[in-house]
Ligand binder design. Sequence first.
Ligand code: GDP
Ligand code: MN
Length: 393
Amino acid sequence: MDLLEYQGKQLFARHGVAVPQGRLAVSVDEALAAADDIGYPCVIKAQVQIGGRGKAGGIKVANDRDEARAHAQAILGMDIRGLTVHELWIEEASEIAAEYYASVVFDRSAKAPLLMLSTKGGMDIEEVAAEDPHAIARLHVDPLLGFQDFHGRRLAFVAGVDDDVVRQIGGMLAKLYEVFVAEEATLVEVNPLIVTPGAQDGAGRGVRALDAKVTLDDNAMFRHPDNAQLRDISAEDPQERMAKERGLTFVKLDGDIGILGNGAGLVMSTLDVVAEAGGSPANFLDAGGGSKAEAITSAVEVILSNPKVKAVLFNIFGGITRCDEVARGLIEAFHQVNPQVPFVVRLDGTNDKEGRALLAEAKLPNVHTEATMDDAARRVVELAAASSNGNAA
Ligand code: GDP
Ligand code: MN
């Protein structure tokens, strides 16, 4: 699960990572109240789960109330690479002496967290990596020993961090590592991590996280109920959310033929065969091995919740899954949701005869059985083409 910048910064703050003070706003009025409270200059930042907001015009400094209003009006509702801005983070402006990059990411091949540090922050790190790979210092951390002070010193030295901030950068890396472990993240990235200029009164330079990109491990979310609530509901597709709540493996696609199969490999080949027959799948849905009737009924509801769907293809190869259970699930689904679109069903394998017999007996309207995957795909494509309306009609 990816967090928005402000959510990441709130996690940072909880672990002692220095971040600017800020407030969330969902309207121009709220943004103005927040800006007045924080004081000027402040920064108005679009909260969407995508990088490059600065370049897209989603981050603006406001020097006074009028500028804050103009920026909030411009950024709220803005489209940034396909995402609409619904939330703003209003933050005290930071003075920037240098922009660095820091991250902790789980390196699966090394089976260990990887720390990265670069003095070339503020820009796209993939670009830095491509142009000048030596500009990024890397170091694995032994997960059992955890972060050690020398990790910070080594990274700072290799990256070429200014001497006066080495200790602070080390301290920041230690805390970012703590966030990574304690919150069970798979990515913690700060770009830019800024060095703030020293004050007139002789106070030294400081460091703070100006941006935050955090990905939390979904499989560990049950241990972090507070974090689970951070899910950005508005960014999720409602149909995908419905599928997730029902524990189905589902990916929405943009076609009009609903697909249900058992086993990811079979579903993938079903998508291919439908495309080969000239059709366009509306989804990937793997009902899983050993699916019971109830799971099938629930999956049919998810497929039909997409109004674009004009026909549905069931492609079941019975191994652990029993075809008669699938047939029972489909019959139950017809009783519950009364689908308005044709279904093509191919049942093969364990208890396929029983399954087909159940379907024949139930005399479901508009259900067609086919013996092979190719025939089933051709049939469903014909039926989808023949029905002019989706199931919303
Ligand atoms: P991103 O473009 O989505 O990665 O958003 P960032 O939060 O990284 O902001 C992009 C850039 O905006 C930063 O690299 C800074 O140069 C600039 N920026 C953000 N906040 C401030 C601020 O408080 N003061 C100044 N001067 N620049 C800022
Ligand atoms: Mn950034």
